[in-house]
Design a protein around this ligand. Structure first.
Ligand code: NAD
Length: 318
């Protein structure tokens, strides 16, 4: 459906999903994804799509996330730009994409909707999405409020969905890919793992911090606001947690200066790890190197093939 060689999709990462990242994943045989809101305007997004086209002749997609933001976003204009650009795969996330579906479908765009629950996945199927990306509680960024991990979500999705689905959250290696396929997914979506690659356009110190981290080094912010986000546990995240614990349902304005996305963007540029917050999944516990995207994708596919051919076929007593 997506015209890609390997069943590996790059997660839509704010400030990371630029042309360098996206083209590297697509050139490695996966599906790279530009994040629309990383570009300040729809016109800038059109420019970034062109830049990405100059770096790969393979298919790539655009992510549009619709969640609370500090500054209002002209979503209709971003959708219009995506359609005008001729992009053929769009990942939507955050809110029901129904208002935008007819225009995208008329333009021949395949829509992958990212869902953190089975009920949202079924809804996405019923409104005509082509595929869903099922995002477990392990994931980076916004895991929803249900706290169900992929060991449950994926088999449930396999039982209930008719459209294909991608497993998202907690994936970094061939074991994960083989497990996702075994549980009924058609591929995996990886954000955090692709952040820690040579081509990810973020400061080396951020990558090294993620290599050094364990699965215990993430924090869940904005629980009191029902807009939970999993981020890397640095001093800024700990400060936000302190405010949320002290005050119960928190006034977002009090934490906004600490968490605003532009500070995360500056952190990625400068490598000042305590300047803001950044999204990271529990899978940082499985990341211990900084390969190229091609090395990473090739390794994951080879590991999964070996596990499926050797191990899965031999462990059951016949
Ligand atoms: P931002 O600077 O506008 O906001 C920073 C964070 O605060 C975001 O997580 C946002 O959802 C949250 N937020 C903003 N206003 C809020 C409010 N009134 N109540 C509760 N929470 C609020 O966002 P950004 O960093 O520039 O990111 C742009 C978009 O990308 C946002 O919609 C953000 O949620 C989304 N995003 C998604 C992921 C993901 O999990 N897929 C990760 C990072 C960012």
């Amino acid at each position: 459906m997506l015209g890609i060689e390997h069943p590996i999709i790059q997660g839509g990462m704010q400030w990371v999903g630029k042309a360098e990242m996206t083209s590297a994943v697509s050139n490695a045989g996966g599906l790279g994804i530009l994040t629309a809101l990383t570009q300040p305007t729809p016109e800038a997004l059109l420019g970034e799509i062109e830049r990405c086209r100059s770096m790969t002749d393979k298919p790539f997609a655009v992510n549009l996330t619709i969640l609370p933001t500090i500054r209002p976003v002209p979503y209709d204009e971003y959708i219009a730009a995506i359609i005008d650009s001729g992009i053929k795969v769009v990942e939507t996330a955050g809110r029901n994409p129904q208002p935008f579906l007819p225009a995208m479908q008329d333009a021949g765009i395949k829509v992958i909707h990212k869902c953190t629950s089975i009920r949202h996945s079924l809804k996405a199927e019923s409104i005509g999405c082509d595929m869903v990306s099922v995002d477990g509680f392990e994931c980076a960024g916004h895991p929803g409020e249900d706290d169900v991990t992929n060991l449950l979500l994926l088999p449930l999705a396999a039982r209930r969905l008719k459209i294909p689905f991608i497993a998202s959250g907690g994936f970094a290696d061939g074991r994960g890919l083989a497990a996702a396929l075994a549980m009924g997914a058609d591929g995996i979506n990886m954000g955090t793992r692709f952040m820690v690659t040579q081509e990810a356009p973020i400061h080396e110190k951020v990558k090294q911090a993620m290599v050094a981290a364990t699965e215990l080094d993430t924090a869940l912010l904005y629980r009191t606001l029902r807009n939970t986000a999993r981020v890397f546990k640095n001093s800024v995240a700990e400060k936000v947690l302190e405010i949320e614990e002290r005050e119960g349902p928190t006034d977002f304005d009090e934490i906004a200066p600490l968490v605003k996305g532009t500070r995360g963007q500056e952190l990625f540029d400068t490598g000042d790890l305590e300047h803001g917050i950044w999204s990271a999944g529990m899978v940082i516990g499985l990341i211990d190197d900084i390969p190229s995207c091609r090395e990473l994708v090739t390794r994951i596919v080879a590991e999964a093939e070996q596990i499926i051919a050797d191990r899965l076929d031999s462990v059951l007593v016949r």
